[in-house]
Design a protein around this ligand. Structure first.
Ligand SMILES: *[C@@H]1O[C@H](CO)[C@@H](O)[C@H](O)[C@H]1NC(C)=O
Ligand SMILES: *[C@@H]1O[C@H](CO)[C@@H](O)[C@H](O)[C@H]1NC(C)=O
Ligand SMILES: *[C@@H]1O[C@H](CO)[C@@H](O)[C@H](O)[C@H]1NC(C)=O
Ligand SMILES: *[C@@H]1O[C@H](CO)[C@@H](O)[C@H](O)[C@H]1NC(C)=O
Ligand SMILES: *[C@@H]1O[C@H](CO)[C@@H](O)[C@H](O)[C@H]1NC(C)=O
Ligand SMILES: *[C@@H]1O[C@H](CO)[C@@H](O)[C@H](O)[C@H]1NC(C)=O
Length: 451
């Protein structure tokens, strides 16, 4: 009996061990093939990042997870690696739950990366090669504690009085001191605060408005212009200004500081629009669209991740040194995560609060909309493309000149203050005719060309 059992055991060991090894090998190969395929499969590309002029500028995607490590000695990647490691679920499973979740601990974590990095020769060499503007950015990128100079009286932006329910939409608009005419045009048109009606006069909700400003570009700004802005704030109650220079590379500070302000002063608001002061927004349509999202089944779950805009996928940093988007590979390597073009994007109040928390773990990046994408991937949230966000304008003149064209969009970039005022008036005129026009869809253009 014992011998019989023993023989069977030998057979089992001889036959099954190779079998199991083969199965494991097969599984390994399958996983690797899938990884390879998944990363190289064509992805939907809505638009190439500004400045990457042809599809030829797309390099190969990293083939494996480990290749990401090779980006280690570029400035941003290296700094971020210190933080990402700290929160890596596999390396430090306990960290997710750790109690030291306060601003001081995050700040010291961000500073830790800096002290590590400045000791590396490679990093110093990379820094010396950066264009002057980026050097300026890097030398201040650890700072985000800029005080507020002007803010709406206690509450969240213009329109906060007399509200009987949570505001539906907060319009947060990036502006500069000099763009007063843009602000005036917006106040009179698509940015009117208070109770607003939805599409075709149906439904409605409370809208609030706030302009996001820095300190003016010049080093010694005039006292007179600060006085004017102060007066503007007293009159309209929609100015939120911080004490940092209002430059292109400082725009990310507007996101980070806005999220913080929102989380403390505006946190009941259901949705946020964040965009430029040279866009036209179809606010009534936007409100109806957002209310429809709230009515969907599972809305309470999906709204936590809700972000829509004109999504740019798999973009490479702009390597043309004359461009204002120029990011050399000594600063950042790899593709950008999917992100919504900064001309205008809409996300939920719940997501805003999550972005606020996540932003503490992500080093500032000089391009603001890419930075939002970087926070989104770390939240495991996906930004959804909506073809009615025309951050690169209508594809052609004919489409723009159709009677109801502006009723089919949610946003278009760019429009001057004069154009904004005229468009708003025109839309009032065509409202009765066009109230039923559907929003633009992805294949609208393809359909018309194949007919
Ligand atoms: C890439 O660009 C070339 C011209 O530069 C064009 O002929 C080709 O069709 C493009 N490929 C894709 C996939 O868009
Ligand atoms: C923040 O967390 C650190 C631990 O990382 C702790 O030493 C410090 O006291 C905390 N600060 C506050 C204000 O809670
Ligand atoms: C906003 O102001 C800047 C000057 O600060 C000006 O160059 C720009 O044209 C203005 N934008 C618009 C859309 O008028
Ligand atoms: C951002 O603002 C800070 C504070 O005013 C300033 O010191 C810094 O130079 C600015 N950064 C850039 C890149 O302009
Ligand atoms: C939410 O906003 C209100 C003011 O609107 C504020 O009193 C409250 O502290 C905020 N909540 C949090 C968690 O910051
Ligand atoms: C931009 O790049 C070109 C070559 O690619 C170089 O000749 C030129 O000096 C660079 N300009 C600046 C301002 O770095």
């Amino acid at each position: 009996m014992a011998r019989f059992y023993c023989r069977w055991r030998t057979v089992l060991v001889c036959v099954c061990t190779p079998c199991i090894s083969l199965v494991l090998l097969f599984a390994y190969v399958a996983v690797m093939l899938c990884l390879h395929d998944c990363t190289t499969a064509p992805r939907p590309i809505h638009f190439v990042a500004p400045g990457t002029f042809s599809n030829q500028s797309f390099g190969p995607l990293p083939k494996t997870f480990w290749e990401l490590r090779q980006h280690g000695d570029t400035i941003w990647n290296r700094l971020q690696l210190t933080i990402d490691r700290q929160f890596n679920v596999i390396l430090r499973p306990n960290n997710i739950e750790r109690g030291s979740d306060n601003d001081t601990s995050y700040e010291s974590l961000r500073m830790q990366g800096f002290s590590e990095a400045t000791n590396l020769d490679n990093m110093r060499k990379n820094f010396d090669q950066l264009p002057q503007q980026l050097q300026e950015f890097v030398s201040h990128m650890h700072r985000r504690d800029y005080p507020t100079l002007i803010q709406p009286d206690g509450v969240c932006g213009a329109g906060a009085r007399d509200e009987r329910e949570a505001p539906l939409l907060l319009l947060a608009i990036k502006s500069t001191k000099r763009n007063f005419t843009n602000r005036q045009a917006i106040r009179q048109t698509w940015g009117q605060a208070g109770w607003r009606k939805g599409k075709g006069g149906e439904g409605g909700g409370y809208v609030r408005r706030v302009f996001l400003l820095g300190k003016g570009r010049e080093k010694n700004v005039g006292v007179r212009s600060s006085k004017l802005l102060q007066m503007e704030s007293e009159r309209y109650g929609d100015i939120l200004q911080w004490d940092f220079r209002d430059t292109f590379f400082n725009l990310t500070l507007k996101d980070v500081l806005f999220w913080s302000w929102f989380s403390h002063s505006c946190n009941r608001t259901l949705f946020v629009f964040k965009g430029d002061n040279d866009v036209f927004v179809n606010t009534p349509r936007m409100m109806t669209y957002l209310q429809d999202q709230l009515k969907k089944p599972q809305a309470h779950k999906t709204i936590e991740d809700f972000m829509i805009g004109d999504v740019i996928v798999a973009a490479l940093p702009n390597r043309a040194n004359q461009s204002k988007y120029f990011i050399p590979d000594s600063f950042y390597k790899g593709r950008y995560p999917p992100y919504a073009g900064g001309g205008g994007v809409v996300y939920s109040g719940l997501l805003t609060k999550r972005l606020h928390h996540m932003s503490k773990r992500v080093h500032l990046f000089p391009i603001d909309d890419v930075y939002v994408g970087m926070c989104m991937v770390r939240l495991n949230a996906r930004v959804v493309h909506h073809p009615a966000f025309l951050t690169f304008d209508f594809p052609n003149r004919e489409e723009e000149e159709e009677l109801c064209s502006y009723h089919t969009i949610l946003l278009v970039h760019k429009r001057s203050p004069t154009q904004v005022v005229k468009l708003w008036a025109d839309m009032k005129v065509t409202q009765a005719l066009c109230w039923d026009a559907p929003l633009r869809e992805a294949n609208l253009k393809d359909n018309t060309t194949t007919v």
